[in-house]
Design a binder for this molecule. Structure first.
Ligand code: ADP
Ligand code: MG
Length: 419
């Protein structure tokens, strides 16, 4: 078989000189037609893991992705690096008949290397019947944690993908990709996709430049946050709050104290939201006070702090949200306020939900309690939660959390876990 020079292909299409992390091994696995499972933190470079093999291999790769905006971005990026406009397409309900015809023509003629589909569109018999007759190089499932109820973004439609791909063709390799590192979610993904023997690549989730700190939440939380923000004046930061009301209140309190802050939550109209987001990106303001509606797809490399006014509902969420700090490798200070009353509040929110969902939510929350109350290194705890052993003596960032820097006295420590 003809030897492919992957570095040359990387340079040719993407202009990069080196692969990032495990990319090269992943790509080799995909090119060898193996079922492949990729677990890499956000920003790790997962897209390229399937984009490059799709460009190299014969046929069209089907890429499943949950967000239309993400698909559009990727299609545009692919069109930029190729001579053919038809190199990548989106197949969804927004297309008219003529457009669908064009997509089909491009796939049939072999021009299209990637076709992006939302999971609900892929259930359409018309598409399945069409794709059945085409050469499909592989199926890539981005954000594969959407398969699992234990993940933070469960999508029922994701659970049917295996059946659909079996209708499209036999032995089509499956590539799952996610930034969710919990072993439970990973098991769910492999089981649902029925790829128990998939070659798995897992990158480290350690973020050595982030400093983790949990503070007890008292009635002084407002002045404590204001003090913290003022100490970091001129730096970019995000403050997460559970409720919209609290977002408004805290951003006003900051403004009154001379901090350039704006609120962000789903109750604001789209125009205001995007204006506030732009102000943050353009550095007209320093601080965004936000609900979790803020952050998905935000790529500001120099966020210097993330404050949690309320403790998140899972360690996964805590990791994702704090992960928005220090993307550039520079300082990232993560402070979360915790008290048990807030946990009770979160429990109460769940009470209206279906029992199965409540049970999962409760279990995730118990892990948050154990994490917040533990005297073990925060980093060690998080990485252990993600199935990764961390040695604070030798590991990068080993002294970058409150419990390591300022160990609690033995008798205060409430440890019921043994890592
Ligand atoms: P993920 O999906 O894992 O969050 P992305 O695929 O969005 O990550 O990639 C994150 C960033 O890394 C992008 O800006 C991408 O261009 C960049 N990137 C990916 N691979 C490389 C590489 N080999 N060299 C340099 N930059 C890369
Ligand atoms: Mg991605």
């Amino acid at each position: 078989m003809e030897q492919i020079n992957l570095h040359q292909e990387l340079k040719k299409y993407f202009g990069f000189n080196e692969f990032k992390g495990l990319q090269e091994q992943v790509i080799k696995s995909i090119i060898a037609n193996k079922d492949t499972f990729v677990i890499m933190p956000t920003g790790g470079g997962k897209s390229l893991c399937y984009q490059l093999p799709a460009l190299i291999k014969e046929g069209t790769a089907i890429v499943v992705s949950p967000l239309i905006a993400l698909m559009k971005n990727q299609v545009d990026a692919m069109r930029n690096i190729s001579d053919h406009h038809g190199v990548a397409h989106v197949l969804n309900s927004s297309l008219n008949k003529t457009q669908v015809k064009q997509v089909k023509e491009d796939i049939s003629s072999g021009i299209t290397k990637l076709v992006y589909v939302a999971p609900e569109s892929l259930t359409k018999t018309e598409y399945i019947e069409f794709l059945k007759g085409e050469t499909i190089s592989f199926l890539a499932i981005d954000e594969a944690h959407c398969i699992s109820e234990w993940g933070h973004d469960f999508r029922p439609e994701y659970r049917n993908l295996k059946n659909i791909i079996e209708r499209i063709g036999e032995n089509i390799p499956i590539i799952g990709l996610t930034a969710t590192a919990t072993p439970k979610v990973q098991e769910d993904i492999l089981k649902n996709l029925r790829i128990p023997d998939a070659t798995t690549f897992k990158a480290s989730f350690n973020r050595p430049n982030l400093y983790y700190e949990i503070r007890p939440k008292t009635d002084d939380v407002d002045s404590d946050i204001i003090k913290f923000v003022k100490k970091n004046s001129g730096k970019s930061g995000i403050i997460y709050c559970l409720s919209r009301k609290r977002v408004e209140q805290l951003s006003q309190a900051l403004q009154v104290n001379g901090v350039k802050a704006v609120p962000y939550h789903a109750g604001l109209d789209a125009k205001t939201r995007s204006r506030h987001q732009d102000m943050f990106l353009m550095e007209d303001i320093d601080v965004v006070v936000a609900t979790i509606a803020f952050g998905m797809g935000i790529d500001k490399p120099d966020v210097r702090f993330v404050v949690h006014n309320d403790i998140p509902k899972s360690i996964e969420s805590y990791y994702q949200e704090t992960g928005r700090a220090g993307r550039d490798g520079g300082e990232g200070h993560c402070v979360a306020y915790y008290n048990h009353k807030d946990i009770e509040k979160l429990e109460k929110f769940m009470s209206g939900k279906p029992i199965a969902e409540q049970e999962i939510g409760h279990a995730l929350l118990q892990d948050v309690v154990a994490f917040a109350e533990s005297s073990i290194s925060r980093r060690k705890y998080i990485l252990h939660y993600f199935g990764e052993e961390f040695d604070n003596e030798t590991g990068e960032g080993g002294d970058m959390d409150d419990n390591v820097r300022y160990p609690k006295k033995k008798k205060e420590a409430k440890d019921d876990v043994d890592l």
